[in-house]
Each structure stands twice: as C-alpha cells, then as structure tokens.
Design a protein around this ligand. Structure first.
Ligand code: ZN
Length: 200
C-alpha cells in the first residue's frame, strides 16, 4: 500500500527503507532545494551507492532517465525512472560539512549534510561507515569545456520530482542541504523543505 508523503525538513535529513523493486518519488516542493541522496545496502552498509563507480556505469557525470547508479562493488542499486525537472543533478561535489562552513567564514555551529546523514541513519539505529559522495539532486554544477566547475542556483521548478527505483533492499537517505552561505539553494539563500513518497 502506498505510504503518505514524508517531509524532509529544511536543513535536515530523513531516511527510509526500500525493498528491491520499490520506487520512491522525491519532490522538490519549493523548486530551489538541493537534496543530497545516499543509498546503503540494508544487509551490509559497507556497500553503498558510489558516485565514482556510477560515473563509470553511466558513462558521464550527469545521470539521465533510465540510468542505474551502482555501489562501491559495482552492483546496481538505484535507477532514475522519471525526472520532471531539466535533469541537472550533480555527482561531483562532496557533501557539505563543518569544515566547508568554517572555510566560508561561519563561526559556531552550522547544520551540514554530513551531520544530517549521520542523524537520519541514527534514527534507524545505524551509523554511516563513512560519508560517501552524495548524488546531489538538483544541484547545479556546470562543468566547463576546460574542466572547470561552478556553483549555480538550481534550474528546477516547484513541484519537480524524480522517481527512483531500488535495485536492492536499501536504506535511502536524503538531506535538504542547509547551505545558506552561497546561493546553491536558490538566490535567496534560504534552504527549504522537500517531500518524498514511497510508491509501491
Ligand atoms: Zn549540503
């Protein structure tokens, strides 16, 4: 039976279990929010979705509809079934962490995707084996012909969604990125909530 939508609060994370074959719809409710996404094999969290291995599997740095992301053991784990947005999602940039915010001049505590991953998994009685590079949904990191990258605001719209299918029994984790010191979550630099729904 289809579950009710789950809120990923602004600046925070949320985890969910998916059985192999189950799909999940992740909605960019306000349109401008980057959502860091991780997937861990439920039975062995040392196997997880890996961006560096997935870029080999999909033959590029931008996943497209129909592409299947793989684990650090090169096994299929998550397939992008649908994407109502322009398809700009990042696979290159590390999750934000306290060190990133310190470098940007933040004094004192700042929420981070790295902490959100640990907290969301903690709610399920798990600890992350490390912070794998996330699949950064809607994060707009153009790659220049010279290999340069830049940090731009998302090009998605309110209500845009992606549908993901689990290829293994997994724990999936989302973080509504709390980055508010550069306009990666929109020009207003205000992180916002998103939602997901397990479809079947
Ligand atoms: Zn972040």
């Amino acid at each position: 039976m289809a579950a009710e939508p789950v809120t990923i609060p602004a600046r925070l994370g949320k985890a969910a279990r998916l059985d192999a074959g189950q799909s999940l719809k992740l909605t960019n409710t306000h349109g401008s929010q980057v959502v860091d996404t991780w997937a861990f094999v439920a039975a062995d969290k040392s196997e997880f979705m890996s961006m560096e291995h997935s870029r080999v599997a999909i033959g590029g740095v931008f996943p497209h509809v129909g592409d299947t992301m793989v684990t650090n053991r090169r096994e299929p784990i998550l397939t992008l079934l649908e994407d109502s947005s322009p398809g700009i999602h990042d696979t290159l940039i590390a999750a934000c962490d306290r060190y990133r915010y310190e470098m940007l001049g933040c004094e004192g505590h700042h929420d981070s995707c790295t902490d959100n991953l640990a907290a969301a998994l903690g709610e399920m009685g798990m600890t992350p084996p490390e912070t794998p590079s996330p699949w950064n949904m809607w994060m707009n990191i153009p790659v220049g012909a010279d290999g340069s990258v830049s940090f731009e605001a998302p090009v998605s719209s309110p209500g845009d969604y992606v549908t993901l299918r689990a290829e293994r029994d997994i724990v999936i984790v989302f973080s509504c990125c709390p980055q508010d010191m550069i306009p990666i979550n929109g020009a207003d630099c205000v992180p916002k909530e998103c939602h997901f729904k397990i479809l079947n």
